[in-house]
Design a protein around this ligand. Structure first.
Ligand code: CMP
Length: 140
């Protein structure tokens, strides 16, 4: 087992409904430690860069507009196998397919407004964390 870090985002649909605390309860209950957290509003260029991998997808423009439409909470989570552990807590991208007890089952509105993001690999986590945090903002 390895101690990993992953990037989490509490998205605008969730901050608008005051769900930051409720989501953090599920994160911490899963054994993940929130070692950095800040509420920010992404610029359009940062959102475009963050989701660059989805640039060719039909939903890319809407996704960038949504992610810049209001405040988000960016977090670094740390723990055993944190990347997979957080993906398990988040549930499937489409809340209609998410398992009971997951964040997206409990809170997501639809496949785009799905309340949270989590990195999909350790490599991508490192890139995503570097895009959102200075090293001194992470206190493990
Ligand atoms: P996230 O885990 O942040 O990764 C990419 C995001 O794109 C995803 O969550 C959703 O918010 C969004 N997304 C993925 N698939 C679709 C889709 N089919 N239609 C609209 N938005 C999507």
């Amino acid at each position: 087992m390895a101690i990993e870090r992953t990037l989490s985002i509490i998205k605008p649909d969730a901050t608008a409904r005051n769900l930051t605390g409720a989501i953090n309860v599920l994160i911490e209950r899963a054994g993940l430690r929130i070692v950095a957290q800040k509420r920010v509003r992404w610029s359009k260029p940062l959102a475009e860069k963050f989701y660059e991998v989805h640039k060719a997808r039909p939903f890319y423009g809407d996704l960038v507009a949504f992610m810049t439409s209001g405040p988000i909470v960016v977090q670094v989570l740390e723990g055993e196998n944190a990347v997979k552990a957080y993906r398990d807590v988040m549930g499937a991208t489409d809340p209609a397919k998410a398992a009971a007890g997951t964040i997206r089952k409990a809170f997501a509105e639809n496949i785009e407004r799905n309340s949270v993001h989590g990195s999909d690999s350790v490599e991508n986590a490192a890139t995503e964390i570097a895009l959102n945090f200075r090293p001194d903002e992470i206190v493990g």
